[in-house]
Ligand binder design. Structure first.
Ligand SMILES: Nc1ncnc2c1ncn2[C@@H]1O[C@H](COP(=O)(O)OP(=O)(O)OP(=O)(O)O)[C@@H](O)[C@H]1O
Ligand SMILES: [Mg+2]
Length: 236
């Protein structure tokens, strides 16, 4: 296969339900989705349609009830059976950006980023150096010593993005990454994510409700009651 078009995410026949009997909720129903290197795709859909659940399945945070999940060629879930080493996969291949930045309040910006690198086995000096490089790249290096509580929404989100990118993940998952930002900053964050995907052969799957940034995506997928509806190709 053409290396450049290699799939990073392959979801095949994935369903997920929560609860049983009367309380059963079918959050995902028979989802097929392939995302390739360099692609930036959006998950759209009303509240409760399964967007976060799908992101969590891709990110190995929850297991599907049935179906197969293959990440960067590695089979992770085969129906219920776990095939991959989840901790290693999460650290090496997946970067998660949450709706609200989720920074640790008792660590400054630089240490929030460095922590991920230390967990992945880098020395503290290396982690500190790389953390600063990343913050500079995201143009928040000047805020390295600031605690999360004193950062603006946009600054905190860029620190969170730096943290998600710390281990150069191939698969970047974002749950409403621009929800806390005004439209100008939202555009800047999306352009940055696009650039990262292109430069690092990564892919991005982002949940969004923000129509202003739809033109920043290569493909848009709609979820409705757990069903993934036909994709739209961005006509740009
Ligand atoms: N841990 C859980 N236990 C039980 N039900 C859950 C759980 N997580 C999600 N659900 C249910 O699964 C369905 C899909 O939820 P999900 O969070 O994926 O929706 P969403 O599309 O992200 O919505 P929103 O736009 O509001 O964030 C909802 O009906 C939700 O109540
Ligand atoms: Mg959600």
């Amino acid at each position: 296969m053409d290396e450049a078009r290699r799939p990073l995410i392959e979801i095949a026949g994935v369903s997920k339900h929560f609860g049983e009997g009367e309380a059963r909720v079918d959050a995902l129903r028979d989802i097929d989705l392939t995302v390739r290197r360099g692609e930036v795709v959006a998950l759209l859909g009303p509240s409760g349609s399964g967007k976060t659940t799908l992101l969590n399945v891709i990110g190995c945070i929850i297991a599907p009830t049935v179906g197969r999940v293959t990440l960067d060629g590695e089979l992770v879930y085969d129906n219920r059976a776990l095939r991959g080493d989840l901790r290693r996969l999460r650290l090496d291949k997946i970067g998660f950006i949450f709706q609200f930045h989720n920074l640790l309040p008792f660590l400054n910006a630089r240490d929030n980023v460095a922590l991920v690198l230390t967990l992945a086995g880098r020395s503290s000096a290396e982690a500190q150096e790389r953390a600063l490089e990343l913050l500079d790249y995201l143009e928040v290096g000047h805020r390295k010593d600031a605690m999360p509580a004193v950062l603006s929404g946009g600054e905190a989100q860029r620190v969170a993005i730096a943290r998600a990118l710390a281990n150069s993940p191939r698969i970047i998952l974002a749950d409403e990454p621009t929800a806390a930002l005004d439209s100008k900053r939202a555009g800047i964050v999306m352009d940055l994510l696009r650039k990262l995907a292109a430069e690092h052969d990564a892919c991005i799957v982002a949940v969004t409700h923000d129509e202003k940034i739809y033109d920043r995506f290569d493909r848009l997928f709609h979820l409705r009651d757990g069903v993934l509806e036909d994709q739209e190709e961005e006509a740009t």
